[in-house]
Unconditional design. Structure first.
Length: 504
């Protein structure tokens, strides 16, 4: 059995640890991969624990577009065979190409290439991925985050070729993660939570779900601590902590290292390279914006208000670009929502804690032109606002899941796992939004049994691995490896089940 891994940026180290466990604990020894960032590629090439028959580095494949000739016949073929229904969704999801994000800071928004160059880039990446899949013939594809031309195309090409997909997805229940064959639903959960209610009631997972729901309602908490206001630089004081002597010294040292690297490192020729001079310019502009602040723009929460709540999303982010491409323009979505509410209603809008230091005042001032909108101080938690909201709108955010547990009516614009619940209303056509608002305000009924069954099925099919903490915060490599093992074991069990012809 051979596995193909999408090893996107920092996830490469987590993905490699999963391959390590599959090899040493489950006897799967053949692997190939599509890798992002030269540093991740160099690590995978230099280690001796797992042998990869092929490792495609996205940055190397990318460079081939410079000598590529535009082949309209080949593009037409790709459009016929892999279009969604066109090829634009593959490119539109790529933050680096479309807006220079990840190499520049938000709100910088300029495409890196011309239309013709983007077509060539798509050509070379699609060709390389198809060739790898045809040569390697993997038995499965494993991925975490997908959010670029190469990763999204590999995902859909594997689907086209009938190669099973296993996507690691957060369940928004603490650190629990699940494996699904799509990036926007929990396929195994969807198959079982309605059909197997009586069986689920007889398992310990039913009580686990019941206890979790009760505890959450008594004390709502964010599924990821870093998403809370207290963990982010929301206040002006926190935004200028970098001026403290130790932090300033550390930042200066890192800047000097990056400047030296801009003349010596191999990465400096890669399209994903973060130029230290641009980084310095963007950070300076951000700190000037932070110095002015936006405290004067915030409105007060009035207990007498009838209001709907829309929490702003982190952007530009995969959750918007991949799962809700038609609703990625949050300003447009908010304006539309405001016009669909009953006349006496307010629309409360609150910033995402991670975006406070990046979003410009001009954005908030534009929001405040909407007559029935109140801009809420991000120090107030979403749970406080959800508690008294008559209706919650979200595109793909975790607030929709939390509000569902708190028995609130939801209108969602993006593809997310909790859309499987009958009480969630998914807006697929903006023209129907007014009707959905009226329906949720007047006819909403919370289904507790369905929620418990759904959550029990999630507990049954997931493992606690605290993926984000292992991926982004854990520095001890051995702890990281031990921590990710339950997910590798879950993947192995699904592979064995698939091999034996059982449902996964």
């Amino acid at each position: 059995m051979k596995g193909c891994f999408i090893l996107q940026r920092g996830f490469a180290y987590i993905g490699h640890d999963i391959a390590y466990h599959l090899k040493n604990s489950h006897g799967i020894t053949e692997f190939c991969g599509y890798v992002y960032l030269r540093s991740s590629y160099d690590f995978l090439k230099s280690q001796t624990e797992v042998e990869y028959s092929t490792l495609l580095l996205d940055e190397d494949v990318h460079k081939d577009f410079e000598k590529e000739k535009l082949d309209t016949d080949y593009l037409n073929y790709l459009e016929r065979e892999f279009g969604l229904p066109s090829l634009w969704p593959y490119t539109a999801v790529d933050r680096v190409l479309m807006s220079s994000q990840l190499v520049r800071e938000y709100p910088y928004n300029q495409p890196m290439y011309t239309h013709e160059e983007m077509m060539k880039i798509f050509q070379v990446k699609a060709r390389a991925i198809i060739k790898m899949l045809e040569n390697e013939k993997p038995d499965f594809v494993f991925c975490g985050v997908i959010g670029s031309i190469g990763s999204v195309f590999l995902y859909h090409a594997a689907k086209k070729f009938g190669i099973p997909i296993y996507a690691a997805l957060p369940t928004l229940i603490g650190g629990r993660n699940i494996l699904s064959d799509t990036y926007h639903t929990f396929t195994s959960v969807d198959k079982s939570f309605r059909a197997n209610v009586e069986r689920l009631k007889s398992t310990s997972h039913w009580q686990e779900a019941t206890n979790y729901i009760e505890e959450f309602r008594n004390r709502p908490t964010a599924w990821l601590k870093k998403l809370t206001p207290s963990a982010q630089a929301i206040s002006r004081n926190k935004q200028f902590l970098f001026l403290r002597p130790f932090r300033a010294f550390r930042s200066l040292r890192a800047l000097l290292r990056d400047i030296v690297g801009s003349f010596t490192s191999a990465e400096r020729f890669d399209y994903s390279y973060i130029n230290p001079w641009n980084q310095l310019r963007d950070k300076f502009a951000r700190k000037i914006n932070n110095l002015i602040g936006q405290d004067d723009l915030y409105d007060t929460v009035d207990p007498n208000d009838d209001y709907a709540f829309f929490p702003l999303h982190l952007e530009p982010e995969v959750a918007l670009l991949l799962q809700a491409p038609n609703y990625a323009d949050q300003m447009h979505v908010i304006r539309t929502i405001a016009r669909t509410l009953p006349l006496q209603y307010k629309l409360y809008v609150k910033e995402h804690p991670q975006m406070v230091e990046y979003r410009r005042r001009s954005y908030y001032k534009e929001l405040k032109k909407i007559p029935n909108l109140k801009l809420i101080n991000p120090k107030i938690t979403s749970h406080e606002l959800i508690a008294n909201a008559k209706l919650l709108f979200t595109i793909t955010g975790s607030a929709g899941w939390e509000a569902t547990i708190l028995k609130k009516p939801i209108i969602n614009f993006g593809r997310h796992f909790y859309n499987s619940l009958s009480q969630i209303k998914l807006c697929t056509n903006i023209d129907t939004l007014s009707g959905l608002v009226k329906e949720q305000l007047e006819k909403f009924v919370h289904n507790e049994q369905e929620l418990i069954a759904f959550m029990a099925a999630i507990f049954e099919d997931s493992v606690d691995v605290s993926m984000h903490q292992l991926w982004e915060d854990e520095k001890d490599l051995e702890k990281k490896r031990r921590g990710i093992k339950p997910l590798a074991d879950l993947l192995a069990s699904k592979l064995i089940s698939k091999q034996n012809g059982n449902a996964t």
